[in-house]
Write a protein that binds this ligand. Structure first.
Ligand SMILES: Nc1ncnc2c1ncn2[C@@H]1O[C@H](COP(=O)(O)OP(=O)(O)OP(=O)(O)O)[C@@H](O)[C@H]1O
Ligand SMILES: NCC(=O)N[C@@H]1O[C@H](COP(=O)([O-])[O-])[C@@H](O)[C@H]1O
Ligand SMILES: [Mg+2]
Length: 386
């Protein structure tokens, strides 16, 4: 039997599914873990487990049973303190256990970026109680952005526009956080002109940057992305500088999604995922190696000779509007009749309001045209009760 490396994926959503496929293409044995059955990556992995990944003992049990060569976090909500211990015991965590721990918590990564590394960020305050929150919001000024310390895809996030919004923002944050904790971050609102993800890969042959991905977010979650995004030489240089500094500080190997706001004459660091980024789904059609192929190569220690855009591209996620236990996606034929367009259906077992269920991916001679195509394809798709 062929004996290759074994990869344990913690979190098995749409991003992990593509990582598993790329790892298997390079001969890797794959094990997928998530909190629910039939998660997207489980559908393509060799084996899978369902556990509460915030449960330290449950996480340790799986690791000790499987003894993986690589532990690859795919989401933020993991018992990262246990990952730190496992790393000390000799297991390899991607990119590093410390990176997983720092980015699980907005406070960890923000303090590292701003206070330790001196990177430009929005102003911020932390608050543990409603009273502290009111004070923090007044100090930041209105509007400000309120987020639970541990959440992703915009969950629990809101823009607080005035004193009258304080109650509402606090309630949203308390209900949207991942763990029972009242602490929030209150950020200065940045009126950026555009925002990007700078995919950055740390590999055996050094740090490489992908061409910038532009995106639009609604309610803290992405609704459109495209590549390449037009930037000035100066902006690109500053974006690479920031991405280089933050990824060097986090260390290890693999891909990072460095989120940046582009304002008139300033580039702000927002946050970083030490793993593939949702807005980077577009690279499935727009790059010579997708962000998932890059991640697999980098973490396995294989070289990445070059990264380039093969064609301008765009992506549009299909999000569910209601909760359904059984569903079907209509309009696939019409969507696939749009030129240079592909679809990835993730295969999540059930829908929830706002849950990302599939993505349209289009290419064209220009970013503008690719964006039109991805939108046309998305408009054909709809989710229905089965
Ligand atoms: N300080 C800010 N000023 C202006 N807009 C902001 C600010 N912070 C966040 N946003 C907007 O909200 C979006 C989501 O914010 P953020 O990335 O912090 O949330 P998230 O829950 O971590 O999302 P994800 O996990 O999907 O990256 C940003 O991409 C941006 O559009
Ligand atoms: N912004 C982070 C992100 O896009 N993460 C991706 O979404 C999945 C969770 O989806 P779900 O909430 O629908 O289960 C995660 O597993 C990951 O693939
Ligand atoms: Mg983000």
């Amino acid at each position: 039997m062929y004996i290759g490396k074994k990869l344990l994926l913690l979190g098995s959503g749409e991003l992990g599914k593509e990582v598993i496929i790329e790892a298997q293409r390079l001969g890797v044995e794959t094990v997928a873990v998530d909190r629910y059955e039939h998660a997207p990556a489980m559908q393509v992995a060799h084996r899978s487990y369902v556990i509460d990944m915030l449960d330290r003992q449950a996480l340790r049990d799986i690791v000790e049973r499987e003894k993986p060569d690589l532990i690859v976090p795919e989401i933020e909500a993991i018992a990262t303190a246990e990952l730190v211990k496992l790393e000390e015991e000799g297991y390899r965590v991607i990119p590093t256990a410390r990176a997983a721990q720092l980015t699980m918590d907005r406070e960890g990564i923000r303090r590292l970026a701003s206070e330790t590394l001196g990177l430009p960020t929005a102003g911020y305050r932390f608050a543990d109680t409603y009273e502290q929150f009111g004070q923090a919001a007044r100090e930041m000024g209105f509007p400000c952005v309120v987020k639970p310390l541990m959440s992703s895809s915009g969950k629990g996030q809101s823009v607080c526009r005035s004193e009258a919004d304080l109650d509402r923002s606090w309630t949203i944050a308390m209900e949207g956080g991942r763990v029972q904790q009242a602490r929030v971050i209150v950020e200065e609102f940045i009126s950026f002109e555009s925002e990007i993800t700078l995919l950055t890969v740390r590999s055996v042959n050094g740090t490489l940057f992908c061409p910038p991905i532009g995106h639009i977010q609604k309610d803290g979650d992405y609704i459109e992305s495209w590549q390449p995004h037009e930037m000035t030489e100066q902006q690109i240089a500053e974006a690479k500088r920031i991405a280089g500094v933050i990824t060097d500080a986090l260390g290890g190997t693999g891909i990072f999604g460095v989120e940046l706001f582009l304002a008139k004459d300033k580039v702000y660091f927002s946050e970083v995922s030490p793993r593939p980024h949702d807005t980077g789904l577009v690279t499935l059609v727009s790059q010579n190696l997708s962000e998932f192929a890059l991640h697999a190569r980098a973490i396995l220690g294989y070289p990445i000779p070059e990264i380039y855009v093969t064609s301008p591209g765009a992506s549009r996620p299909l999000k569910a509007v209601e909760q359904l236990d059984e569903y079907r996606i209509d309009g696939m034929g019409e969507a696939l009749s749009v030129p240079q367009t592909q679809i990835r259906v993730f295969g999540k077992p059930v829908t929830k309001v706002g849950r990302r269920m599939a993505v349209t991916l289009s290419t064209a001679d220009s970013v503008e045209e690719a964006r039109v195509r991805a939108k046309q394809a998305l408009d054909h798709l709809s989710i229905h009760d089965e």
